[in-house]
Design a protein around this ligand. Structure first.
Ligand SMILES: Nc1nc2c(c(=O)[nH]1)N[C@@H](CN(C=O)c1ccc(C(=O)N[C@@H](CCC(=O)O)C(=O)O)cc1)CN2
Ligand SMILES: NCC(=O)N[C@@H]1O[C@H](COP(=O)([O-])[O-])[C@@H](O)[C@H]1O
Length: 220
């Protein structure tokens, strides 16, 4: 989002950009989170539209969902032995071409680095299938189940240079059942996670907000 330059409130972020806000979604898999955003944004009152979807691997269902919705797609693979910083900078260029207000990582299984964050830090969010700071990384539901927790959930946060360490924007909680498998628990989390991503994205593009320290403050 474009920031309102207010010297008295340097952390305040207000929606001043395009209406509806432009979202670029990054993904690596089946894209049910993307689908939830596409469905929500069919209502003009939602305040955001998906203008492009990028992936790090070709042929995934998420990219097919985007194409079926008439949304532009691109694939930006990280080839074995490739220069990571160059990949990161080139990803930033490809995303920037769509002039997004917000970048949404929705099941994107690549870490973004300093080059990307220099462009999009503070306006890139990720959704993670665990209650951060517990169980970061690529296997949140598996790790939560193995630990024996009784509740699990999802976290939407602002992406920073760490792995799942950014400022928490919102979280959703689901129960862990005695007979859960990794798949059954992840599926329950994903049902809550879709609503969480849709509601958090809506709030970010329609309400003033600021980050002070590790906390997000919603001003209205
Ligand atoms: N700088 C950040 N980038 C991203 C974050 C983040 O918090 N900071 N979140 C991710 C998503 N994510 C989990 O939420 C995540 C994605 C990928 C990895 C990882 O170790 N990936 C490996 C490659 C794995 C593969 O391709 O199969 C890698 O990038 O080398 C950990 C966590 C979005 N990006
Ligand atoms: N660490 C990243 C991570 O685990 N991402 C997770 O992948 C799933 C993607 O679902 P989808 O492809 O059906 O949208 C989601 O649960 C998302 O949080």
């Amino acid at each position: 989002m474009a920031a309102v330059p207010d010297p008295a409130q340097p952390d305040l972020v207000e929606r001043t950009g395009t209406t509806p806000a432009r979202l670029v979604v990054l993904l690596s898999g089946t894209g049910t989170l993307l689908q939830a955003l596409l469905d929500a944004s069919a209502d003009p009152a939602y305040g955001a539209e998906v203008v492009a979807v990028g992936g790090d691997r070709p042929g995934v269902l998420g990219l097919e969902r985007a194409a079926a919705a008439g949304v532009e797609t691109f694939v930006h693979p990280l080839d074995a032995g490739a220069d990571r910083a160059a990949w990161d900078a080139a990803l930033a260029e490809r995303v920037a071409a769509y002039a997004p207000d917000l970048v949404v990582s929705a099941g994107f299984m690549k870490l973004v680095g300093p080059g990307f964050l220099a462009r999009f830090g503070g306006r890139m969010i990720n959704t993670h299938p665990a209650l951060l700071p517990a169980f970061p990384g690529m296997h949140g539901p598996r790790d939560a189940l193995a630990y024996g927790v009784k509740v699990a959930g999802a976290t939407v946060f602002l992406v920073d240079a760490g792995v799942d360490t950014g400022v928490v924007l919102d979280q959703a909680v689901v129960p862990v059942l005695d007979d859960d498998t990794v798949d059954s628990l992840h599926e329950r989390i994903k049902v809550a996670e879709r609503d969480l991503l849709v509601s958090t994205t809506h709030a970010l593009v329609t309400r003033p907000w600021r980050v002070v320290g590790r906390k997000v403050h919603w001003d209205q």
